[in-house]
Design a protein around this ligand. Structure first.
Ligand code: SF4
Ligand code: SF4
Ligand code: FES
Length: 491
């Protein structure tokens, strides 16, 4: 370790760390735009300038590229540093349109924050601003406002160093510079492209999905886990705050997922996610099953439990197909209650979709389910020839979740289905019990490496939709009482 001083406070730095890295690690604040802890250091924005006290006279340099040396005395808030920062902010905002009122980044923009903290002055320039393309399609997912771009090059470095698509570059020079896609690369082919929206320090890169949907201060973030593959990336799911509930517009706007962003988790995904996480609303917001069905007729939860319990108690060769979208808690509850009544197999609820990247060395894993690791630690995997596990003698199949090979279930077998979504195969089931989805309950998934991560509920499910964990307990109690009656009858 190396000791040096920030504003007179002794700081222990690791050998080789820059002043910026040591400052961030020790809780000191130095402003930055172009620096990012996971990217290379171009040192082009100059906002991180600090003063270094020295015997021969103080000197000034950018802290993001200055290695710490023993005994170094750094000042982050001297009169001269404040003056340099003001000048730098004047320079950076010279051609910036300052159209915060209509900008989607408002509320989480580093330029706004730094202007407020370090400048606060109107523009000193007497020249008209240099205009640039306002709405440039960088891809089908991302719009670029070149006037707001401060040329920090974070987005360019991301595609060169993290996603490795090399999709972005800088065209032209000086105040004519533009971020543009490489001529031979389609940015839509980069499955990590939307990370550039998060790391753009200003409102230059905008998600078409979120554009004009909601201001960020209307939204709350709920920590969750992406179920898109067995990496299990940590995410934030953004939904409308209750205090900003819309009363006169479409009420679905109050409950929808407005956006999904990465939740930094060094053990799993660092600060990144792939685009599949951003598009989870398309999975979670499919048409739902909200009422229990018995024989295709809507009924109460209690009646459906009773009907399912009668089938389970009477079955002689029952098979259960366990969901690998079930949480650790739900799997444990199933294992402790209903599992002994069945021959159990784990099925894949989701398979890779056409055109989807199967696997890479960034984040994406081939198994497109979040909890295969935990499910397979308890139950065996359903063989690819499903009929070998569900023989003709099977008289009941208990299906939990999606993706069951309905074609392999003997025609004579009854089906009890626990599902969340209204899918065509639901008609095969005699009893359908609606269950909550991940955004309506809390739990944990364990990823391919054995790391468990928790998720929280964004909001409650409707009353007729049960949590699977609770449902297993109710079903178990109902099956036990049917079996007790049957046993008493036999005596
Ligand atoms: S678009 Fe954003 S991330 Fe890219 S160079 Fe401009 S300001 Fe930086
Ligand atoms: S890598 Fe997997 S878990 Fe991570 S965001 Fe993509 S699909 Fe989700
Ligand atoms: S953050 Fe140091 S030069 Fe940009």
């Amino acid at each position: 370790m190396v000791e040096f001083f920030i504003d007179g406070v002794p700081v222990q730095a690791e050998r080789g760390q820059t002043v910026m890295q040591a400052a961030v690690a020790s809780g000191h604040t130095i402003p930055y735009f172009c620096w990012h802890p996971q990217l290379s250091t171009p040192g082009n924005c100059r906002i991180c300038m600090v003063e270094v006290e020295a015997e021969g006279g103080a000197w000034f340099d950018i802290s993001c590229n200055m290695p710490v040396t023993a005994g170094m005395r750094v000042l982050t808030d001297s009169e001269k540093v404040r003056e340099l920062r003001r000048d730098t902010m004047q320079m950076i905002t010279l051609n910036h349109p300052v159209d915060c009122g209509i900008c989607n980044k408002s509320g989480e923009c580093m330029l706004q924050d730094h202007h407020f903290a370090y400048n606060g002055m109107p523009s000193l320039s007497r020249d008209p601003k240099q205009h640039a393309t306002k709405f440039h399609d960088l891809s089908d997912r991302i719009m670029l406002d070149n006037e707001r771009c401060i040329m920090c090059s974070r987005c360019v470095r991301f595609t060169a160093e993290v996603s490795k698509s090399n999709a972005l570059g800088v065209q032209h020079r000086g105040d004519h510079s533009l971020i543009r896609c490489a001529a031979d690369v389609n940015f839509d082919d980069d499955p990590y492209s939307d990370n550039v929206i998060d790391i753009c320090p200003v409102g230059a890169l905008l998600s078409r999905d979120l554009l004009d949907h909601a201001r960020v201060w209307y939204l709350k973030a709920t920590p969750s886990v992406c179920p898109g593959c067995e990496r299990g990336c940590s995410i934030n799911i953004w939904t409308r705050k209750t205090e900003w509930t819309l009363r006169s517009l479409d009420q679905r706007l109050n409950n929808r997922i407005d956006r999904i962003t990465p939740l930094e988790n060094p053990a799993v995904n660092g600060p990144w996610v792939c685009n599949k996480a951003r598009d989870l609303a398309a999975i979670f917001e499919r048409p739902r099953v909200t009422h229990p069905l018995v024989g295709g007729q809507e009924t109460s939860v209690a009646s459906a439990i009773e009907a399912a319990a009668a089938l389970i108690a009477a079955a002689r060769h029952p098979v259960a197909l366990v969901s690998n979208w079930g949480s650790n808690e739900e799997l444990a509850a199933f294992h402790a209650t209903l599992a002994p009544s069945f021959q159990n197999f784990v099925k894949h609820d989701w398979q890779p979709q056409p055109g989807e990247r199967l696997e890479d060395d960034v984040l994406i894993k081939a198994d497109k389910n979040p909890n295969s690791y935990a499910a397979r630690a308890i139950f065996p995997l359903l063989p690819s020839d499903a009929s070998s596990a569900i023989p003709l003698s099977t008289d009941l199949v208990f299906v939990w979740g999606e993706g069951a090979p309905m074609h392999a279930i003997p025609e004579s077998a009854q089906v009890v289905l626990l599902t969340s979504y209204a899918l065509p195969e639901n008609t095969r089931a005699h009893v359908v019990l609606p269950i909550s989805i991940q955004t309506e309950r809390a739990g944990h998934y364990t990823n391919f490496a054995g790391t468990s991560t928790g998720f929280s509920a964004c909001g409650p499910a409707v009353a007729t939709v049960s949590d699977a964990e609770r449902l297993f307990e109710r079903l178990f109690a109902a099956v036990s009482s049917v079996q007790a009656i049957m046993t008493a009858g036999v005596r």
